[in-house]
Design a protein around this ligand. Structure first.
Ligand code: NAD
Ligand code: UGA
Length: 474
């Protein structure tokens, strides 16, 4: 009888959970265990209320859980039994020590690797799923082989390209799956084993196999290119506001060039999410360490432009409201870093809200997926930053948060008696609100600052609102 292939994934987060659920769905003959040191997280994966909100995820998990998909805190047991171990732990930016503020913190990764080395009794393929600095596989190989007791470990790099909010769609139909491995017979065999897993549902021509370093670096490069597009269009949005051009028209015209393409050219209040900034900082650090200051400087600008965009947004709100928002109620619609997720990591809403609280505005925040606890936590946290503007780093004072902040569960409640509305996340429901009703219940003049360009500005102006969009004429 052929032995059943066993996969274990260390890290049941935004990547580990959905990715493994899809592997389990598409490969019913493979047993998949997702393990984590966080007991609440694993309990949530085993409950009706999954720990992350992601369209389509519930159905996939419900279909496989208890059959060939298991969530467990028995990390060592499942690692020991597995043929393939994915490591999908968090790799945040280092906050202290060498490379603080730029380099990736590989503490979680290293401790996972040491544990794999300690508990393994049979050969394994170890897959880097987390985003890591190029050359990490070399360090991991050293850790694994140091204590290998004669066991063979093959390291593969298989970075994940899913985006939150569309994770299941992205996993079902990836643009590509990237697998990097050692160019040895054992390396090639390991690559083929992993390729066979994906080949259950991904067409062969979409599975790219490269050497380890190309795979590791391609992930950082892809995120840097994506973020660069947003910073480029946001830079244009500032020029549009100064000249009377309309950034949507400019994006459309530019994106029609097939060499440029139309995706990822939406001007916004700034990009957020757990990865773009972290991965570019990591890239900048790697360039510096490799004696390439010009290259480092080039990529740094993508982040500086993003900070500029958030600052510009706050300044525009304050300047247009007669240079003061002190004691004025400002409704914040949307706190997540993008629609269809409850994730707030690095959301531009944090910086915008901190900026407005700093100017003594009273904020009333509504987001359909983010809890009050999370919002309060995000606004009171000291944000560690490398050389970002000081005002983007300060936590809001506990008094400001207590006195100036309310979190509500309805957009109309948030905007009642408000002087202004700031739209910070492009949730679909914000497109179809009853803006007349909202206007009737607001202070006058009533302002709308659309940080996502989702409302029909002309329609709102005809109601009576003063509307500021990103990169559009007034
Ligand atoms: P996450 O914080 O949601 O999940 C990581 C999980 O790993 C946590 O639940 C944590 O408890 C667990 N963990 C940490 N150390 C552990 C250990 N030693 N043993 C067991 N569990 C451990 O992170 P995420 O968003 O899933 O990101 C994971 C990696 O994937 C990062 O490197 C990130 O850059 C990359 N990535 C993320 C996305 C995304 O959309 N979030 C997309 C592509 C790639
Ligand atoms: C991003 C990448 O798109 C994924 O390919 C990658 O796997 C992932 O990072 C990662 O490595 O973590 P994600 O951050 O989940 O995915 O979401 P995106 O859709 O990329 O959006 C990121 C930010 O950019 C959001 O704040 C979004 O609102 C903003 N954005 C996006 C714009 O401002 N304009 C655009 O045109 C597109």
């Amino acid at each position: 009888m052929v032995k059943k292939l066993k996969i274990c994934c260390i890290g049941a987060g935004y990547v580990g959970g959905p990715t493994m659920a899809v592997i389990a769905l598409k490969c019913p003959e493979i047993e998949v265990a997702v393990v984590d040191i966080s007991v609440p997280r694993i309990n949530a994966w085993n409950s009706e209320q999954l720990p992350i909100y992601e369209p389509g995820l519930d159905d996939v998990v419900k279909h496989c859980r208890g059959k060939n998909l298991f969530f467990s805190t028995e990390v060592e047991k499942h690692v020991c039994e597995a043929d393939i171990v994915f490591v999908s732990v968090n790799t945040p930016t280092k906050t202290r020590g060498l490379g603080a503020g730029k380099a990736a913190d590989l503490t979680y990764w290293e401790s996972a690797a040491r544990m794999i080395a300690d508990v393994s009794k049979s050969s394994k393929i170890v897959v880097e799923k987390s985003t890591v600095p190029v050359k990490t596989a070399e360090a991991i190989e050293k850790i694994l082989s140091h204590n290998s007791k004669g066991i063979n470990f093959q390291i593969l790099s298989n970075p994940e390209f899913l985006a939150e909010g569309t994770a299941i769609e992205d996993l079902f139909k990836p643009d590509r799956v990237l697998i990097g491995g050692r160019e040895t017979p054992e390396g090639a065999k390991a690559v083929k084993t992993l390729k066979d897993v994906y080949a259950h549902w991904v067409p062969e021509d979409r599975i790219i196999c490269t050497n380890l370093w190309s795979a590791e670096l391609s992930k950082l490069a892809a995120n840097a290119f994506l973020a660069q597009r947003i910073s480029s269009v946001n830079a244009m949005s500032a020029l549009c506001e100064a000249t009377g051009a309309d950034v949507t028209e400019v994006s459309h015209a530019v994106g029609k060039d097939t060499r440029i393409g139309s995706k990822f050219l939406n001007a916004s209040v700034g990009f957020g999410g757990s990865c773009f900034q972290k991965d570019i900082l990591n890239l900048v650090y790697i360039c510096e360490c490799n004696g390439l200051p010009e290259v480092a400087h080039y990529w740094k600008q993508v982040i500086l432009m993003n900070d500029y965009q958030k600052t510009r947004f706050v300044n525009r709100v304050v300047a247009s409201m007669f240079n003061t928002v002190a004691n004025k109620k400002v409704a914040i619609l949307g706190f997540a870093f993008k629609k269809d997720t409850g994730d707030t990591r690095e959301t531009p809403a944090i910086d915008v809200c901190k900026g407005l609280l700093g100017d003594k505005a009273k904020l009333s925040i509504y987001d359909p997926q983010v809890s009050e606890d999370q919002i309060r936590k995000d606004l009171s946290m000291n944000k560690f930053d490398w050389d970002h503007p000081a005002h983007l780093q300060q936590p809001s004072s506990p008094t400001a948060i207590k006195k100036q902040l309310s979190v509500v569960w309805d957009a109309y409640e948030a905007t009642k008696d408000a002087h202004a509305v700031c739209i910070l996340t492009e949730w679909d429901e914000f497109r179809n609100l009853d803006y007349q009703k909202m206007f009737d219940n607001m202070q006058k003049p009533a302002f709308v600052f659309d940080g996502r360009n989702i409302v029909d500005a002309e329609k709102l102006r005809s109601i009576g609102f003063i509307v500021y969009s990103i990169g559009k004429p007034l």
